[in-house]
Design a binder for this molecule. Structure first.
Ligand code: DC
Length: 504
């Protein structure tokens, strides 16, 4: 099966940056076909031959040898035995490449080389005609573009960084001219293949473009990675705040419990000097250094005590959890009994309950909801742990509702969790096998697992690559992958990579 990723598009759309990153992420070789046209252009320039003199071009091509060599996965261009890679990005070489690449003998000479490379190893190949001519049966074809204004800006920045003094309108004019030439030449013109995905990078970051391409690639192999898998906003923010404290050189840095429920991330932070305080462990009384409150949050007494002891406090409580804290405080002050739906032993809930200024309870099951007995005129406020199962929350609210208390219900399940669960359920319905990636200690991963297991019998909980070893992946199985909010993207990618290799 041809697993080539073909990326075509106009000059300056970011093809080479993206192709390099994607190839790195997949362990593929990156083939830059533009560099091949530039190599032949250099040969013409050196020989003083104009692209208009087709006979002279044909003649020199016969005696010109172009080879590709990979050193540490980096492509080097060899012209008649000489490594010319460092000479190819010059403006005049690019100009000549744009003009001479319209000639049939030039294209024929390079077509063979490009096809041989694509056949000999898995590659991400970028150029102008990869999906249309060079590898028409590529597994994935991307047409990567961006507006002329954005491409000109990028080129302008690049030249300024090199110490040059470019003129923006001139760059724009040059880009338009190249587009015109590449798109309107009679042989192998630049155009989007019918089965290529259009990706406009004008308003996307490099990471976003790569992420989209990687997902499309896995999708083409029958492996669907959920859009909402992995780090949620609150977790990403907490990890970033901890990293900022490390960068600022604050010492020592302690986190109240593991920063997120993921052993790999915690270990890597500890290697950078972070001390993870186990639950219930006491802090030294010297008040030296920084204490980071993780995204789960804590009760108001805890942060006050830390500040009182002299610690610098970095509060990385997720803003969605902070919102629950505010509700709990406000409604309990207003005389409502707080019913928090969630696991009473979960750190987020321990923290939340501490914000109540009156009676509060936490329940997690239908049995507990049924058994709950309060005075008939009780005024209650029902909230949920941010990562609680949406359907179960509804069920429990219905049970409590039947008791006819004066009930205020605020669904505080966070949107990211909601979307993650809805998407995981739909994905589990549409695949043969489902993998839920995350730590056993992550309650939201456990919930995702329960949801998927209920819909797809062949659902596995993946804590590490070891858990994949016993699973058989058939090439025609459709595999879905989702991950809890504390699972880093690189782990999701490793799992997807393993499945790809196991399938084919
Ligand atoms: O991508 P680049 O700027 O390095 O490419 C240099 C020139 O080569 C470009 O003007 C168009 C041409 N080219 C081509 O015609 N077909 C390809 N597959 C790659 C590049």
């Amino acid at each position: 099966m041809n697993q080539t990723i073909a990326i075509d598009g106009p000059a300056g759309a970011g093809k080479s940056t993206i192709a390099k990153r994607v190839s790195n992420m997949l362990g593929y070789h990156y083939v830059d076909t533009g560099a091949m046209y530039r190599t032949l252009a250099l040969a013409l320039l050196r020989a003083g031959i104009s692209e208009k003199d087709e006979e002279a071009v044909k003649k020199i091509l016969v005696s010109t040898e172009v080879r590709v060599r990979y050193e540490d996965s980096v492509q080097h261009m060899i012209l008649n035995g000489e490594d010319v890679t460092h000479l190819l990005r010059k403006e005049e070489v690019g100009d000549m490449a744009s003009r001479s690449s319209a000639l049939a003998p030039v294209r024929e000479k390079l077509l063979d080389l490009q096809q041989q490379l694509a056949e000999s190893m898995p590659v991400v190949m970028d150029g102008r005609d990869i999906g249309t001519v060079v590898v028409p049966d590529a597994l994935l074809k991307i047409y990567l573009t961006a507006s002329v204004a954005v491409r000109a800006q990028r080129r302008y920045k690049e030249l300024v960084e090199k110490g040059e003094t470019p003129v923006l309108p001139n760059i724009e004019a040059d880009i338009r001219e190249r587009d015109e030439r590449d798109m309107n030449r009679p042989i192998a013109p630049l155009r989007q293949a019918e089965d290529a995905y259009l990706v406009d990078s004008s308003d996307l970051t490099i990471e976003e473009v790569c992420d989209r391409i990687i997902r499309l690639f896995y999708g083409a192999l029958g492996i669907t990675i959920a859009e909402n898998a992995g780090f949620c906003f609150g977790v990403r923010r907490a990890v970033r705040m901890l990293e900022e404290s490390i960068e600022n050189g604050e010492k020592p840095i302690r986190t109240l419990g593991p920063i997120i429920h993921n052993e790999t991330v915690v270990r890597s932070m500890e290697e950078k000097g972070v001390i993870t305080l186990k639950d219930g462990a006491s802090l030294p009384t010297d008040g030296k250094g920084t204490v980071v409150i993780r995204s789960h949050g804590v009760g108001p007494d805890v942060s006050e005590k830390l500040r009182g002891m002299g610690y610098q406090v970095v509060d990385a409580t997720c803003p969605f959890v902070q919102k629950i804290h505010e509700i709990v405080r406000r409604e309990s002050k207003a005389g409502r009994l707080i019913i928090l739906i969630g696991d009473p032993a979960h750190p987020e809930n321990i923290g939340t309950l501490a914000w109540a200024e009156g009676p509060c309870i936490s329940i997690a099951s239908a049995e507990e909801a049924k058994a709950m007995k309060l005075p008939k005129d009780a005024r209650i406020c029902v909230v949920a742990q941010t990562t609680f199962d949406r359907e179960k929350f509804k069920e429990l609210v219905e049970i409590i509702g039947e008791k006819e208390y004066d009930m205020l219900v605020l669904n505080t399940i966070c949107h990211a969790t909601d979307m993650r669960q809805t998407e995981a359920a739909a994905l589990a319905d549409s695949v043969d096998m489902m993998l839920v990636v995350g730590s056993r200690s992550s309650s939201n991963t456990q919930k995702l697992y329960d949801i998927c297991k209920g819909r797809c019998a062949c659902t596995s909980y993946i804590q590490s690559l070891d858990d994949l070893v016993t699973i058989t992946f058939r090439s025609d199985s459709r595999v879905g992958i989702t991950a809890g909010a504390s699972t880093p993207n690189n782990i999701i990618q490793e799992v997807a990579g393993y499945v790809r290799r196991a399938k084919f």
